[in-house]
Design a protein around this ligand. Structure first.
Ligand code: F6P
Length: 328
């Protein structure tokens, strides 16, 4: 155990994700097990700058494993992007005798931690918490499983009304610039098509697939899942373009939006968050720093912040092909 780490601060930053509370709980309880003092920073980097830091004990993280959101609150901090902001953050960590930090968040959070780690000698470990699943260095991010289950549940409900009215529904899901949520929601809900930034499907190709499906399956209703980052536009735009060329269908649009960010985390997310939270503390104690802890092939793996934020995590091509075959 590295003797100098006695006081660890944990915080969540960027968009909240279901399972963040389970990660906070795991950090606090693993730290307590090792006789460390754990502190919570409230409202991400903004709270770090303002010194909004409070001691967290085992009892403070009771009854939270099943709750969505984050008990530490979160924010996207503009101030931390400036040198002065980071200097203020460092001073407030030092004023609270913090030896190391654990950041739960996504790309923006780790970009901040990476810059900070080049300027100041205070170890950081990142825990991937984002519904987008877009971080290199982990097969899954905390919140992704819950988000796709929420999206599939919503699409199942839309399917009932789409079928009853013979309508063509375009359902938009989140994911920022990546198609992980859309592809998995599409496969899991049996959608006719998935439109994601990675494949860049044209309107003409989409119409071909819809026509073919309508002919083969002798049914008129269809569900198309559109990733918000889709290059040809989101669900509203795609629906409009399809309508202009193909007015055969009665088209409707549903944007699931922030529903995907809330709710009780699935068991998969709770277990993932617990493993990553536990390993973040263990990693710091064994000398890991300025890395993100992830799960790769079911094994804990530490990846440098630099790689986690700059290397691309690609969608599996076989899943894309399979989704197309199954939707025929
Ligand atoms: O990164 C998580 C995410 O939910 C993205 O999928 C989405 O693009 C974005 O955050 C929305 O951010 P906000 O809640 O700030 O509108």
């Amino acid at each position: 155990m590295a003797k100098d780490i006695k006081r660890i601060a944990v915080f969540s930053s960027g968009g909240d994700a279901p399972g963040m509370n389970a990660a906070i709980r795991a950090v606090v309880r693993t730290g307590t097990y090792h006789d460390l003092h754990i502190f919570g920073i409230y409202r991400g980097y903004d709270g770090m700058i303002k010194g909004n830091i409070k001691r967290l004990e085992t009892s403070n993280v009771g009854n939270i494993i099943h709750r969505g959101g984050t008990i530490l609150k979160t924010a996207r901090s503009m101030e931390f992007m400036s040198k002065e902001g980071r200097q203020a953050a460092y001073e407030s960590l030092i004023a609270n005798d913090i030896d190391a930090c654990i950041a739960i968040g996504g790309n923006g959070t780790f970009t901040g931690a990476h810059v900070f780690s080049k300027e100041y000698d205070l170890p950081f470990i990142g825990i991937p918490g984002t519904i987008d699943n877009d971080l290199y260095g982990t097969d899954y991010t905390i919140g992704f499983d819950t988000a796709i289950n929420t999206a599939v549940d919503a699409v199942d409900k839309i399917r009932d009304t789409a079928d009853s009215h013979n309508r063509l529904f375009f359902v938009e899901v989140m994911g920022r610039n990546s198609g992980f949520i859309a592809l998995n929601t599409g496969i899991g809900s049996g959608a006719s098509n998935v439109m994601i930034p990675e494949t860049d499907t044209s309107i003409e190709d989409l119409i071909k697939v819809l026509k073919k499906g309508a002919k083969r399956r002798q049914k008129l209703f269809s569900l198309v899942i559109v990733a918000e980052g889709n290059k040809n536009g989101g669900a509203t735009e795609i629906a409009q373009k399809v309508k202009e060329k193909f007015d055969f269908y009665d088209t409707k649009v549903t944007i699931i939006g922030h529903l995907q960010r809330g709710g009780s985390p699935t068991c998969m997310d709770r277990v993932l968050a617990s493993r990553l939270g536990h390993s973040a503390v263990e990693g710091l104690l064994s000398g890991e720093k300025n890395k993100m802890v992830g799960l790769v092939n079911n094994q804990i793996k530490f990846t440098s912040f630099k790689d986690a934020i700059s290397k691309e995590k690609s969608l599996q091509n076989d899943l894309i092909t399979m989704a197309e075959i199954l939707a025929l």
